[in-house]
Design a protein around this ligand. Structure first.
Ligand code: BGC
Length: 421
């Protein structure tokens, strides 16, 4: 096959988050619940480990940036930890802010751009104790203070912003399937929380733009992709679309009016408020039969998360974004949990083929970020799932570039690759 070449200036990156890598974020809901209530956690999640030291990225960030440089990425995505910046209500930690400044200055000196997320799943404990996302006015008021402080203290180092990682997953995992704190299953709360996160997105957008009018602010959704179990069934197609809309469209189209867009179709020609780009986090697809989850099919392939590998889904999502919005797209997460490096290479190349096809069609896709730079703490699965381009030995904290990481380095160097098939 011919080489697939990506556009000039295409951004090649890797992503991570504060809680999953930094270690000892002792003032947030996840950490405290893991330490204090393991029984509750084991009931709610398939947790095997507590986060603890994670990758000790807080202290070893230079080692991780060395790996980033070795791979050759030109953009790194991570988050600031709200509970570090504000360990308590109205009580900021100047040392933590100074440390972030030091970290990000080091990154930027290496010629690597920074995409910074303000909230990646964890809440300060003092917020969660007052109801978290359910206490709308309280969380909004305090998020405003936090966002302003980060923008003021670190904004000059940030190239791209994401106010909230995966607003749809925050709402879904915390309030629809109950796997993330506060582990609730309540459809009404799910909607309300999604609405709150939407407002947070709009508030953060204004705060950032006020100080840095040219800094792109995006929204990174975990795009949920559904396939009709019976491809010819109108019922299955109807339900696959319905779920897709609820999980992906409501939020993005709601930004225009500030309300979740559950009914009317939006005016496609409008430029959206509250986003300059769409961040696509894409991992997998699932089947729906008459609206209910349906089994996978013979011969299908899965990652170690048990997630179906379905690169066509990434293309479908990119096409949806292109057809419905007037903003560029950056793939802000895509990757595989695996201990087989041939599998990882195959997984990335299949997904990059889908990205390339979308680029060829003329969709405005500006970059691709692999999840994740290093192995790290995988939420309800602990340390058992290996997404990294580099291995972390969690006993010694040694980092070792994997074969998948070497392969990705080659792709970046050539700004493309020759697919095997
Ligand atoms: C999240 C990451 C997570 C990854 C794999 C994404 O939804 O943003 O934090 O590690 O999926 O589960």
């Amino acid at each position: 096959m011919d080489k697939l070449t990506f556009p000039e200036n295409f951004m090649w990156g890797a992503a991570a988050s504060s809680y999953q890598t930094e270690g000892h974020n002792t003032n947030c809901d996840w950490y405290v619940e893991e330490i204090n209530d393991k029984k509750l956690l084991l009931e709610n999640r398939r947790l095997t480990d507590i986060c603890g030291q994670a990758c000790d990225h807080w202290n070893r960030y230079k080692e991780d940036y060395d790996i980033a440089e070795k791979i050759g990425i030109n953009i790194y995505r991570t988050s600031a930890e709200w509970s570090r910046v504000f360990p308590d209500e109205n009580q900021e930690d100047p040392a933590a802010i100074a440390h972030y400044r030091q970290m990000f200055t080091d990154l930027k000196k290496r010629g690597i751009k920074l995409m910074l997320c303000l909230h990646h799943f964890t809440l300060p404990l003092w917020i969660s104790r007052k109801g978290g996302f359910e206490n709308k006015s309280y969380i909004i008021e305090n998020f405003r203070v936090y966002a302003k402080r980060v923008v003021e203290a670190l904004g000059d180092l940030v190239d791209y912003w994401l106010p909230v990682n995966e607003p749809n997953i925050v709402a879904m995992m915390c309030y629809l399937v109950g796997k993330f704190p506060p582990y609730k299953i309540d459809k009404q709360k799910f909607r309300k929380v999604l609405q709150t996160v939407l407002e947070i997105q709009l508030i953060a957008y204004d705060i950032i733009k006020n100080s840095f009018p040219n800094a792109p602010v995006g929204a990174a959704l975990a795009f949920q992709h559904y396939q009709p179990y019976r491809p010819g069934s109108r019922k299955d197609i109807y339900y696959a679309n319905l779920e897709f809309n609820k999980m992906n469209r409501w939020f993005l189209e709601g930004l225009e009016s500030g309300r979740l867009q559950t009914r009317k179709r939006r005016n496609k020609n409008k430029i959206h408020k509250g986003i300059d780009f769409i961040g696509v986090n894409y991992y997998t697809s699932s089947y729906l039969k008459s609206g209910k989850p349906a089994p996978f099919k013979d011969g299908e392939v899965f990652t170690d998360m048990g997630w179906l590998v379905y690169p066509q889904g990434l293309y479908d999502v990119l096409e949806y974004a292109h057809n419905n919005f007037n903003v560029p797209v950056i793939i802000t997460e895509n990757g595989a949990a695996t201990i087989d490096e041939d599998f990882r290479i195959w997984f990335i190349s299949e997904h990059l083929k889908a990205v390339h096809k979308a680029v060829e069609k003329g969709f405005d896709i500006q970059g691709f970020m692999y999840w994740s730079l290093t192995d790290n703490y995988e939420w309800e699965r602990g340390y058992t799932k290996k997404f990294g381009l580099a291995k972390v030995d969690f006993d010694t904290q040694e980092r070792i570039l994997k074969r998948g990481g070497e392969w990705y380095a080659g792709v970046i160097k050539q700004n493309g690759f020759i697919p095997k098939s």
